[in-house]
Design a protein. Structure first.
Ligand code: C5P
Length: 230
């Protein structure tokens, strides 16, 4: 059974600055979010896409991100909330209980490989919860007030990325319980971890940066332009 992608793009991009939210920046001639959506169009494990966007951008997304590119899997565009977690929850709640799996993805990660999306969904189909992650290559220190408190063993450290895929009823329950307890995570797996469930890690096979600061845009643009030159 295939998965529904929930692509969250409801942020205002405060750290990025500028008038246009970062997910709509033109990159290689197209709004960045449209590149992200096209990765999920290409992934065979995905049969439906829900885009979560800010209230004021619903029409924009329809007219400038979806329609010009003829995406066939985009089923709806739903309004987001004040935090990433709220936006994800709104995406989850917009789907019927019969949904088998969801793959939740940051709209600002346009480079994710379709094969990596499929690998995460396949693991979620086996283990109910799986996320894409990158091994840590730098040495990581825990510090306070500019002083090192500990050096962590990087063999046990991973950077959580998206997509993060789950059996639908598991992630729905995790978000409901997390909300009741006031848990606000920076990813989706943490909600599932909080209800005592083990989440499987899938190593990313390619770069999958999250557009956060202006300098990230240069790298993302370079890769997309190179890919589209063929
Ligand atoms: O800002 P952050 O890096 O956490 O954003 C990750 C993703 O979550 C982005 O694609 C952003 O648009 C989305 N988001 C959202 N609703 C919010 C805040 C962030 O959909 N209120």
């Amino acid at each position: 059974m295939k998965a529904t992608a929930i692509i969250v793009a409801g942020g205002s991009g405060e750290r990025f600055g500028g008038e246009t939210p970062k997910q709509y920046q033109l990159v290689a001639g197209r709004p960045l979010l449209s590149w992200t959506v096209s990765r999920f169009e290409q992934a065979v494990s995905i049969d439906r896409i829900v885009i979560v966007a800010g209230e004021d951008f619903l029409l924009y997304v329809n007219n400038h991100v979806v329609n010009p590119y003829g995406f066939s899997k985009v089923a709806k565009i739903v309004p987001g909330g004040a935090t990433r977690g709220e936006s994800v929850k709104r995406g989850i709640d917009s789907l019927p209980m019969s949904t088998p799996y969801v793959a939740i993805h940051d709209g600002v990660r346009p480079l994710v490989k379709p094969a990596d999306i499929d690998a995460v969904v396949a693991e979620a189909q086996k283990h109910r919860a799986a996320i894409l992650a990158a091994p840590v290559t730098d040495t990581v220190k825990r510090a306070k007030d500019g002083l090192i408190l500990a050096t962590l063993d990087r063999r046990n450290l991973f950077l959580a990325q998206t997509p993060q895929a789950f059996q639908y009823d598991l992630i729905k329950e995790a978000y409901q319980k997390g909300n009741q307890e006031g848990l606000e995570g920076t990813d989706d797996a943490v909600m599932v971890e909080a209800i005592g469930f083990m989440v499987t890690l899938v190593p990313a096979t390619g770069p999958n940066p999250k557009l956060t600061r202006p300098e990230d845009l240069e790298y993302i643009t370079m890769i997309l332009e190179r890919e589209n030159r063929g």
